[in-house]
Ligand binder design. Structure first.
Ligand SMILES: Nc1ncnc2c1ncn2[C@@H]1O[C@H](COP(=O)(O)OP(=O)(O)O)[C@@H](O)[C@H]1O
Ligand SMILES: CC(=O)OP(=O)(O)O
Ligand SMILES: [Mg+2]
Length: 402
């Protein structure tokens, strides 16, 4: 068997999955939340194939740091299964958000790789330190197996300079490595290949727009299987409107707020990353809550939804222009996979452009990859579930096997 443990460590959470890469089946998945506080929590689900109902362990735990969170995970496996002796991972795959211009590929973690990930923290202060803490704790918990870093930025390393360069002073930008890197690459890669499989065509023949709409959200123009443009930039703040992040904004707004409203750098950071997006506009960070409030007629929620889908439509248009031909528009992640209302609004009025959504298909609750455009639509519109963990596990295994 080809079992891989996938670890996604955030600043206050540890998400994990133990996967059989051959079948794609998760033998277990879990989440340790609120690391570093006094009200830690774990939810562990063990579902070894053929065992019927999954076993769930859902309880308060003590998790003052990432090492402790890993101890909780090990305890979850030991007490609630599956046994890590019987289902021993051959590798541990780690999601690392920022790989800069240094990492093009999944990479076996060495001391030097850790130094590099640490060094890249200046370009992803919210993500890389947590990713690194998770790696260090995981190495302690699983000393005998290779650990592999899979970078969110890697898939976007094929962007041309015209797409990744900001129009600012060149020497200053180079000195401080200011450029666009793009994120969610693991998802964009997985979804573009799954979409090609669904269409029964090689990805190398396709021009795709992939819309990853989760809490964080990004669009990607994928030409012949390669990212040629994406909406996130130097950090995961640029581009689409998100749950709590503003996405694109005139940078002069920040100068204005710094001069007039007394915001310093940290306050500006908090404003744009944590207090903006649909949360800032409506009070709801969760798309389900926003949709419910909008349907109930809440005016702020109506506007927030319109701003969200207006931005989405702008990026679809921009990427269609960059690609020249669009074979499919692909929706994925929490909002993309589940919100028929967002999909319909983002694509409204695009029939002139060869996009015709079939209302009934769009509203269907069918699971798995599916087409939501009419048979006559020149551009296919698809919903394709993402699986970042499986993609990380596949890539980690590939590196380990050489
Ligand atoms: N049925 C649904 N309708 C609308 N939005 C949904 C639905 N289910 C989940 N979502 C939204 O998906 C988002 C989370 O997406 P997800 O991909 O899980 O995010 P992340 O991995 O970034 O935490 C939330 O905003 C949530 O409201
Ligand atoms: C990079 C990023 O934005 O990730 P997430 O969507 O998980 O917040
Ligand atoms: Mg996500």
């Amino acid at each position: 068997m080809s079992i891989v443990l996938v670890v996604n460590s955030g600043s206050s959470s540890l998400k994990y999955q133990l996967l059989d890469v051959e079948t794609g089946h998760p033998l277990a998945s879990g989440l340790v939340e609120r690391i570093g506080t006094t009200d830690g929590h774990v939810k562990h689900t063990a579902s070894v194939a053929g065992d019927g109902e999954p076993t769930v362990w859902d309880t308060a735990v003590d998790a003052p740091d990432h090492d402790a969170a890993f101890a909780v995970m090990l305890e979850a496996f030991a007490s609630h299964g599956p046994s890590l002796e019987e289902h021993a991972p051959v590798a541990v795959g780690h999601r690392v958000v920022q790989g800069g211009a240094r990492f093009f590929e999944p990479t076996v973690i060495t001391e030097l790789v850790k130094i590099n990930i640490d060094e890249l923290s200046v370009l992803a202060p919210l993500h890389n330190p947590a990713n690194l803490a998770g790696i260090v704790a995981a190495e302690r918990a699983f000393p005998g197996v290779p650990h592999v870093a899979v970078f969110d930025t890697a898939f976007h390393q094929t962007m041309p300079p015209a797409a990744y360069t900001y129009a600012i002073d060149r020497a200053l930008a180079e000195k401080h490595r200011v450029r666009r890197y793009g994120f969610h690459g693991t998802s964009h890669r997985f979804v573009s290949r799954a979409a090609a499989e669904f269409l029964g065509r090689p990805v190398e023949e396709l021009q795709l727009i992939v819309l990853h709409l989760g809490n964080g959200a990004s669009a990607c123009a994928v030409a012949e299987g390669r990212s040629i443009d994406t909406s996130m930039g130097m950090t995961p703040l640029e581009g689409l409107v998100m749950g709590t992040r503003s996405g694109d904004i005139d940078p002069a707004v920040l100068l204005h707020l710094q001069r007039r409203a007394g915001l310093d750098a940290d306050a500006t950071d908090r404003l744009l990353n944590s207090q903006s997006g649909i949360l800032g506009l409506s009070g709801h960070a969760d798309m389900r809550d926003l949709e419910a409030a909008r349907e109930a007629g809440d005016e702020a929620s109506v506007i927030a939804f319109d701003v969200y889908t207006h931005r989405l439509r702008s990026y679809i248009g921009a990427y269609a222009a960059q690609l020249g031909r669009v074979d499919a528009i692909v929706f994925t992640a929490g909002v993309g996979e589940n919100s028929a209302t967002v999909r319909a609004a983002a694509l409204a009025g695009l029939d002139w452009f060869g996009v015709e959504v079939d209302d009934e298909r769009n509203r269907s609750r069918e699971r798995g990859a599916r087409r939501i455009s009419t048979d006559a639509s020149r551009t296919a519109v698809l919903v394709v579930p993402t699986n970042e963990e499986l993609e990380i596990a596949r890539q980690a295994l590939e590196v380990v096997r050489g």
